[in-house]
Design a protein. Structure first.
Length: 254
């Protein structure tokens, strides 16, 4: 063996990390898969392996539980193209840490609600210490900016214009201190006084957890597609008592 990742007896390994083993010489790909064993394993779990002949590198992936000690055994029958084997089994042990923290709005980037009832959204979170949500009132011009032809680029670095003037409220929610379990928090959208929001265009932001670079989960933090460069999960919310449908035809002239 030339190198392994994680290293032997590593602690706090991200459950999302793959096991990578690099050999010091090419080995037979047909012998790799049948000479791998992992324990402990759930009965429904599959082990996925990929061998790169270019790098002489074996990558092994499977669903890992948090805070669990795993043993990966590479059987001695693995051989190179000349029939030379490992002689002895190679045994790698490591222990996983917590799942990566995340916060995620359970909503599309563009979301519509009726004005005839309470407006509620939900946020999923895991392994975070704080949950902060901001609600803004947007001018009509921002609706067209965020839904226009360059919307993908716009969302990547979008910040609410004049945030001090357009902020309706900023709230902090008490988090459930249960590790490695996804929790749902219901957010009721109201005005500053707690009344139902009138019809209008709104914008909601949820701050993402900050993960230090030294944290083993930093590279594996879950990335929400609605998270921009400002590390916030965002959604545009339209509240209306009307329903307007747009249709587009590829063959039409207008």
């Amino acid at each position: 063996m030339q190198a392994v990742s994680p290293v032997q007896s590593a602690q706090e390994v991200s459950p999302d990390a793959s096991v990578i083993i690099r050999f010091n010489a090419p080995v037979s790909p047909t012998l790799v898969a049948e000479n791998i064993s992992v324990s402990p394993m759930l009965t429904i779990t599959q082990v996925f392996s990929y061998y790169s002949e270019y790098l002489n590198e074996l990558q092994i992936s499977w669903f890992k539980e948090p805070n669990t000690r795993y043993t990966v055994t590479i059987g001695s029958e693995i051989a190179d193209e000349y029939g030379n084997t490992l002689l002895d089994d190679y045994v790698l042990t490591f222990t996983t840490g917590d799942y990566a923290p995340y916060v995620r709005l359970e909503a599309d980037r563009f979301t519509h609600f009726t004005a005839y009832s309470d407006t509620r959204m939900s946020v999923l979170y895991r392994n975070v210490d704080t949950l902060n949500v901001d609600l803004y009132r947007l001018p009509e011009s921002e609706l067209f900016t965020l839904t226009g032809v360059n919307q993908w680029e716009t969302w990547q670095n979008y910040s609410v214009p004049n945030p001090d003037e357009t902020l309706i409220w900023s709230r902090s929610y008490e988090v459930v201190e249960e590790r490695n379990v996804s929790i749902r928090q219901v957010i009721t959208l109201t005005d500053e006084l707690g009344n139902e929001l009138p019809p209008g265009i709104y914008f909601i932001e949820v701050a993402q957890p900050l993960v230090a670079e030294s944290d083993p989960n930093a590279a594996n933090q879950i990335v929400d597609s609605a998270i921009n460069a400002n590390s916030t999960s965002q959604a545009l919310v339209v509240i209306s008592n009307l329903n307007l449908t747009f249709k587009k035809s590829d063959s039409a002239t207008s």
